[in-house]
Ligand binder design. Structure first.
Ligand SMILES: Nc1ncnc2c1ncn2[C@@H]1O[C@H](COP(=O)(O)OP(=O)(O)O)[C@@H](O)[C@H]1O
Ligand SMILES: CC(=O)N[C@@H](CCC(=O)OP(=O)(O)O)C(=O)O
Length: 290
């Protein structure tokens, strides 16, 4: 019996062999969403997976959000959270809280968890070294322009600092705050930021971790998860999507159309979902391909 257990562990390792070979040296951009950061155990598992990828010879880059954490902090500060087209309406006062939570709290938490395993993670804000340059995003709802404040649209990515960290054997952990050429700072949706970075790095994969199994075919019905779709099929489906799935699937589309061969949406509530996606033959979640 003990031998059988040991053998099945060996089989799992051997199943990973072709994927280890294929992705050796590959840059993988992982978007870690605030909704997938709920339990301590899951966050520790996420950090283990990222370190595993690094030690297995891949080049993971983490771009994180922290939407629920921002909403909690705004709530404590007595500032109401409102969203337009899935984006947080960001007043200058709210922007200070967004920056403090994303770069000062969530980023530090992830860096700390990864670095329990060694001196790997280096945290940075999208503002650092001109990584993300953004301009004010002009939202339009039902044909009417809406002021959503300091929400940024990324217009330029300078991945130099990220390349330098990767070449130095580090794991970059990036918050989705951007600088503007106008001297402002901008709140960028983390899915959008991750896609922009994946394209700039010409990553092999973009993986978006969230709190659903993947893209459901008939949401809000959650029985049918789409396992694979082409960018053309996704483009046709885009107008039918709602809420948080809109920036997420838009990010997958941007990545794939920008030269990233595969974009995935996975359930971050499943422990070690990253390893299951990358190193098993079945994979999990939804994959978008050109
Ligand atoms: N077709 C769909 N498939 C899956 N989830 C959907 C779909 N349409 C809308 N959603 C919603 O999108 C949410 C994920 O987006 P969001 O809450 O912004 O996640 P995150 O914080 O990880 O970025 C899901 O929890 C679900 O409520
Ligand atoms: C403009 C905008 O909406 N920015 C997001 C940034 C954080 C984020 O995207 O976090 P998740 O990935 O956890 O959703 C926000 O303020 O919530």
């Amino acid at each position: 019996m003990r031998l059988t257990t040991a053998q099945s562990k060996a089989e799992a390792l051997i199943e990973a062999l072709p994927w280890l070979t294929r992705f050796h040296g590959a840059t993988i951009v992982i978007k870690y969403g605030g909704n997938a950061m709920t339990e301590e155990k899951l966050k520790e598992g996420f950090a283990e997976d990222v370190v595993f990828l690094h030690q297995a010879g891949l080049r993971p880059v983490v771009v994180h959000g922290g939407g629920p954490q921002i909403s909690d902090a705004l709530d404590k500060a007595g500032i109401e959270s409102t969203f337009t087209a899935g984006l947080r309406v960001t007043t200058p006062e709210a922007m200070q809280v967004v920056r403090m939570v994303l770069t000062g709290q969530v980023n530090r938490d992830i860096v700390g968890l990864v670095n329990r395993h060694g001196p790997f993670a280096v945290g940075m804000s999208g503002e650092d070294a001109h990584l993300f340059t953004a301009e004010r995003k002009h939202a339009v709802v039902d044909g009417v322009p809406v002021d959503i404040g300091q929400v940024g649209e990324i217009i330029k990515v300078d991945p130099g600092a990220v390349h330098a960290l990767l070449d130095n054997g580090r794991i970059p952990v990036v918050s989705s705050v951007a600088r503007g050429e106008d001297g402002e700072i901008y709140n960028v949706n983390a899915d959008t930021a991750a896609a922009a970075l994946a394209v700039a790095l010409q990553a092999h994969k973009l993986i978006v971790l969230t709190d659903v199994e993947g893209l459901y075919a008939n949401w809000p019905d959650d029985t049918d998860v789409i396992d694979l779709l082409t960018s053309t099929e996704l483009e046709t489906m885009m107008p039918t999507l709602s809420s948080g799935m809109v920036p997420k699937m838009e990010a997958c589309l941007t990545a794939v159309q920008g030269g990233v061969p595969q974009a995935h949406v996975l359930d971050g509530r499943v422990s070690h979902s990253l390893l299951l996606e990358i190193f098993t033959n079945e994979g999990i979640g939804t994959m978008v391909m050109p």
